[in-house]
Write a protein that binds this ligand. Structure first.
Ligand code: SF4
Length: 324
């Protein structure tokens, strides 16, 4: 049996996922299909982004989740900031972010994030967080502080938040929406029947309702959600999720291949082919999404800036068609 120790923090080595330590191993498939091969992150611009993140004492989901796109994104100075620490209170079976008891919120973090966004010259900033079930508001007020700080430091930058589900945190969603991000993203992650195994601390219909509520509160705000495939779902399951998302008024859907971080995480059921992703994209557009990104390496925040520009253009084109 494998034990995954966290030595990144420089503290005494400890299990990165204590709740998974006793679980049997799911051997990691080392041989990946060609379409999932990525270049090693080595460029000068990648190093510059890394330094800026370190200098500002920030955490990124790019590193914490072991994202395969980090070389490409950081070379373009795109990074997704993960606020409220690097320890998550949930224990999802697919996620590589550390789990345990988080530390107190850092009141200066919103300013540091905003400063980094301004220095990087980001046209579109993506802000996500760990789950903070330990906080009364799930961290909603902290999200709002970050959004407002970016508005001051970088007024031309558009802002996308990728939030937790705020389960049992009454009033939290409203606080984030009131801070007026441009895009409200919350991932459904997988199909409903896999929730007990893959996302046991979450509820599919709660997450869906959260996104529907965003539209009710602010119909102009773009909503976005995504799933991973390769966990045991069928094409029919995914088509049903698309229908559910459209019923909740979601504008933008992302679909990417699940990659297993360690032997303690859920095993890969299969690799979906680029052709299958293309077919999913076609079906999603047919169901009325304004934007769809479906490919093996699609992640919520991959190309988020370019995608936001296309999303806005798609809405304008749709409104123009209606008005014609
Ligand atoms: S896809 Fe998102 S999480 Fe991955 S490296 Fe790019 S910005 Fe970071």
């Amino acid at each position: 049996m494998t034990t995954i120790l966290d030595t990144v923090t420089g503290q005494k080595a400890q299990p990165r996922h204590p709740e998974k330590a006793h679980k049997p191993d799911n051997p990691v498939q080392r041989k990946k299909p060609d379409w999932l091969r990525v270049k090693a992150p080595v460029s000068l611009k990648y190093q510059e982004t890394r330094k800026l993140v370190r200098d500002h004492k920030l955490v990124t989901v790019c590193e914490e989740a072991g994202c395969p796109n980090i070389g490409e994104c950081w070379e373009k100075k795109h990074a997704t900031f993960m606020i409220m620490g690097e320890i998550c209170t949930r224990a999802c079976a697919f996620c590589n972010v550390r789990t345990g008891l988080p530390e107190a919120l850092d009141a200066d973090e919103p300013n540091r994030v905003a400063d980094a966004v301004a220095k990087m010259g980001l046209t579109h900033a993506v802000i996500t967080s760990v789950d903070r079930d330990d906080l009364d508001d799930g961290g909603a007020e902290h999200f709002a502080h970050v959004i407002r700080a970016i508005r001051v430091a970088a007024p031309d930058t558009t802002i996308e938040v990728l939030t937790p589900d705020f389960l049992r945190k009454d009033g939290a969603l409203e606080v984030v929406v009131e801070a007026r991000p441009d895009v409200f993203n919350h991932n459904l992650e997988t199909v409903p029947h896999l929730y007990p195994r893959i996302r046991p601390g979450a509820r599919y219909f709660h997450s869906l309702r959260l996104l529907q509520r965003v539209k009710e509160l602010d119909p102009a705000m773009f909503t976005k959600s995504g799933i991973m495939v390769g966990l045991g779902e069928t094409r029919e399951d995914i088509l049903q999720v698309m229908d559910d998302m459209r019923s909740a008024g979601i504008d933008f859907m992302t679909i990417g291949q699940y990659l297993q971080p360690t032997a303690k995480h859920a095993a890969i059921d299969r690799f979906w082919t680029p052709e299958e992703f293309k077919a999913l994209e076609t079906s999603a557009y047919a169901k009325g999404f304004l934007m769809v990104s479906a490919s093996p390496l699609t992640r919520s925040s991959h190309h988020a800036g370019d995608d936001f520009a296309r999303l806005r253009a798609a809405r304008e084109a749709k409104l123009a068609r209606k008005g014609a």
